[in-house]
Design a binder for this molecule. Sequence first.
Ligand SMILES: [Zn+2]
Length: 523
Amino acid sequence: MIEDNAKETKTVNDDRGISRRDFIAVSTAAAAGVILGVSSAEAASKQEKKPASSTGSGNKRPRTMLVKNATVMVTMDSGRREIKDGGLYIVDGIIKQVGETSSLPKTAEEVLDLKGHILLPGLVNTHHHLYQHLTRVVPAAQDGNVWNWLKVLYPMWARMRPDDVKLAIQVGLAELVLSGCTTVFDHQYVFPNGCTIDDAIHTASDVGVRFHAARGSMSLGASKGGLPPDSCVEEEAAILKDCQRVIETYHDSKPGAMTRVVLAPCSPFSVTDDLMIESAKMARHHDKVYLHTHLAESPDEERFTLSKYNLRPAGLMQKLGWTGNDVWFAHAVHINDAEIALFAKTGCGVAHCPCSNMRLASGIAPVKKYLDAGVKVGIAVDGSSSNDGSHMLGEARQAMLLARLNLSRNPNGPPTDKKEWLSARAVLEMATRGGAAVLGRDDIGSLEPGKYADFFAVDLNKIGFTGGSMIDPVASVLFCAPSNADYTVINGRYIVKEGHITTMDLPNVIAKCNRAALKVVTG
Ligand SMILES: [Zn+2]
């Protein structure tokens, strides 16, 4: 696959002089540690700066990789097998064999011995706004609901510059991969001062994550009855033109894609009907370009759509043609039983963001009802200003706990039927194969022959697991305090090794991002 892509020739140039096919070739090769063209010097300099504790093959993708001796391997395959003393045999970033270590080849170009570790499929984050690392914990936005929070932050986001956003994205991606995340969906919808989605895509490629990039948008400013100030919105014609350019330049519909494009008008109260309709039309002209928006996050939004359209948020989506297998919604908190049935029938997915929903007092999404109805549900950390963290394992833990808190609202108290409780394993499934299904990926989300090698491993001998991991290591990953990943492998390549990120000089990036955030928040 790498060789095939590398042979492809330049087709459509964007104004950076990088074509879609060139970009895909470069990004796929970069993911494999192969150095090509313009990104070679940068990639090489990053490899030289890898932490001293990252040894052996560094972050280049080995041709063959043997992962062995995991205390337990959670496959998330169709039988949901958990294999003791498990491992994988990987060739060119694709899993070839899965099983007990004794059943696997004895050696490979790279051998990862996971004795004392749990091995899981990589976590899939289904909703984020990475740029919001620039506006974390802003005092005026700490104690208020989502509309209050937005009104405080919009003017700060209008000050962001491209270099600020790049730093925020680097930090956010580092935080995610260090928590076991391997696939990231990022919803960027504010593009001030020359910011473009290109920077996010190139930064993600440099970090080495599998990236679904939303060319988000806002077109309904305050002067037209929307919530955002006019300084944060764009003209619809310009939005649609750029969406088309981004799809043509970067979208890769093939299996194993490292970059896909999503069209994502921000929310019912920040875009027009026309933009929703035209975005859906454009996405559906392309293979695997999905649609995404915020929906039913707060009672404010419900009041807005009822007063403007006499429809609840989900009814508005149905009217605009925004239902289908290619659509997923962030939050989907205020959704009734009939709307759950609509999602199940039409194939709409949901990105569940428990920390953000608690932080902004948005409410509790009916996750158990979604799962029981057959709605696709993934886990998401949401943006870094409303969480204010990007720890995917921590987020999964909160999903499990929030669903339990929801049971306390039962008039007769929490049910005794254990099937009513959201188990740790059910949440891990949402965070892996559930998220993959939401994003339209059947090539990741589980550890099975033929799937791409995205996984992470955690040392079970850490203090936080003491006592628990001897009894039930799988459930311990969520019931015990969230741990960082010791190894995160994406597309067969180490991105986290021995607890350190291999693709950036993290302390330097953190220092720069802190300076950028101070500038954005204080003006
Ligand atoms: Zn969001």
